[in-house]
Design a protein around this ligand. Sequence first.
Ligand code: MG
Length: 371
Amino acid sequence: MRRMKIERITVWQLDLPLHKPYYLSGGRLRFERLDSTLVRIDTDAGISGWGEGCPWGVTYLPAFGKGIRAGIDELAGVLLGMDPRQHDAINRALDLALPGHPYAKSALDIACWDIAARSAGLPLCELLGAREPDPVPIASSVSTGSPAEMLAEVQRFRDRGYRVHSCKVGADVGLDIERIRHLAANERAGEIIFYDVNRAWLPREAITVMNAIDGITSWFEQPCETLDEIAQVRRQTRHPIGIDEGLHDYQDMLRIQRDGIAELVNIKINRVGGLTRARRIRDLCLQTGITMLIMDTGGTVLADTAVAHFAQTIPAPSCLGVWSCQEMVEPDPAPGQGARNVDGCFSAPDLPGIGVEPDLALIGEPLAQYS
Ligand code: MG
């Protein structure tokens, strides 16, 4: 179809209670429920697309559920009448109408990609450029606890097929060294255990812990709050470093690469503002040898499946894993659909678009509709 126009944007809010309370950043941040926003964009071609935006609570990043819905309320009128397949034009229009606020734009951008892939008759990963042959390993998310509690949690994930484990540390320096030594001593062949500090350490603490466990082969994700602090840690330690919360936009990515701050980045689609922006960051990483993890900040099988498609465009050595938020929350708005944990891996569905159609009977009445 030569021209296609966005005719209607519908928004739902979904409460996602966690199965159990979750702690990160050394235990200083506690989470019990997520606030997700589902978006459906309808076009005059009769093709619709779905997107989801779900921050990890309100304290993890400068992002919150009500902010997404306020952003969409501001932006919906800009998108009406536009062709959802022109992703760069869509993103330029969103940025002109509302500078910044990338997390509020992500679900809209994802829904536009879903439409583009459905209208092309292609699974999203193939429209995004590739379907790599191997399923993508799911990284666990192991809540901060005592060394024994954390190893027991790793074991529960192993029992579900997981081979990549993101263990949350970042409290007391002595206890962190104990946690890391205990987990590393119990790491199995073929398994990856890495340590996610979620910004909790000061540079002094990061340098102390990382140098104390010098013989352990692993990496540390987001050891400190800022890129400046992490650059300082980089100069005085030898382990690979990953950036997660510190990567918001392409400028951050350029700096991380140019200054050699990190060997890995965790691209969270909601945080960077959608698939169009995530794809630009992916390409820079591929060209410069930076390893990626691909995740979203939270959500249901819809967000997880968009992640699975995006991750499956990246050759295996450059993509270490994804994350399955769906296993930590309820309810499931699309039972039986989308990317599901099979032996600790996700595969992108072989259906046009994202391949997830939320069940309207399960997501309740929409909060807002723009047409
Ligand atoms: Mg992280």
